[in-house]
Design a protein around this ligand. Structure first.
Ligand SMILES: Nc1nc2c(c(=O)[nH]1)N[C@H]1C(S)=C(S)[C@@H](COP(=O)(O)O)O[C@H]1N2
Ligand SMILES: [Mo]
Length: 258
């Protein structure tokens, strides 16, 4: 297996608590704050350089229907195993609501049916996983920007955090819950959608039913599946490991631009 997978197994394999995990993943960084600082600023540089070179609104490549991969892997969680999710699935997500709250003027709870009534976008794009596989799929959903305009952002809003239904890692304190985040440039990017369809059909459980994020200029782990709540925040400090995502708390870069 390639080195990413090995590293991922190492990162997730421990049965210790969240702080210990963060430590094991980031030992090297924690030992030397200077090194951590340099790595962080290198990441910021990557982000700034990429946006400067490609433009804030540069589109990820879109493909034709003929390019759609005959099979698209399911990765990470393949089925959230909570009681709550099982009930929602059983009721075909009729009782599911997407919550949008945090630093917004008008917090929102919206059903899947109502989401489907909003203007939709369809895009055929390539998904690149850090583990070294790619697949092309067709995604249909609501541009995140549309919803953010509806709720109205407060002046101090900086990031959108996606809280998911699944625990990728079982922990006592819930810190194994999957979550992700993006900044407002990516949140308002035209290809950033909350997808409810893949290849013309409702999302399967494996691919994130009922709703998953597509943020096409980023690596696979940013594309949160099983999105239950979008929280608008000004910092990640109070969220789990404080790095803005499940994998980020285990050592991955927050800015996963490709
Ligand atoms: N909620 C949740 N979202 C997730 C994951 C996960 O385990 N849980 N895995 C991520 C990773 S690493 C990848 S590559 C993609 C995989 O999406 P797919 O299962 O539709 O291929 O989902 C991402 N989003
Ligand atoms: Mo991934």
């Amino acid at each position: 297996m390639n080195r990413f997978l090995t590293r991922r197994r190492f990162l997730i394999g421990s049965t210790l608590g969240a702080s210990a995990l963060t430590l094991s993943g980031c030992d090297l960084f924690d030992q030397n704050d200077k090194v951590a600082g340099v790595i962080r600023s290198a990441e910021t540089l990557t982000m700034k350089a990429q946006r400067l070179l490609q433009g804030r609104d540069a589109l990820a490549r879109e493909f034709s229907e003929a390019d759609i991969s005959p099979s698209f892997r399911v990765n990470g969680t393949s089925s959230p195993d909570s009681e709550e999710y099982a009930e929602l699935l059983e009721g075909r997500f009729a009782k599911w609501r997407l919550t949008i709250d945090g630093l917004v003027e008008r917090p929102l709870q919206i059903s899947l049916d109502d989401l489907k009534k909003l203007p939709a976008r369809t895009q055929v794009t390539r998904h690149d996983c850090v583990e070294g596989w790619s697949a092309i799929g067709k995604w249909t959903g609501v541009p995140l920007g549309t919803l953010l305009k509806t709720v109205g952002l407060r002046p101090n809003a900086r990031f959108a955090v996606f809280h998911c239904a699944d625990e990728l890692e079982k922990t006592l304190d819930g810190s194994g819950r999957y979550y992700e985040s993006i900044d407002l440039v990516d949140a308002f990017h035209p290809q950033t959608i909350l997808a409810y369809q893949m290849n013309g059909k409702d999302l399967t459980v494996g691919h994130g039913a009922p709703l998953r994020l597509r943020v096409e200029r980023h690596l696979g782990y940013k594309h949160a599946k099983y999105v239950m709540r979008i929280e608008i925040v000004d910092s990640f400090d109070s969220l789990w490991g404080g790095n803005g995502g499940f994998w980020e708390d285990r050592g991955y870069e927050w800015y996963a631009g490709i």
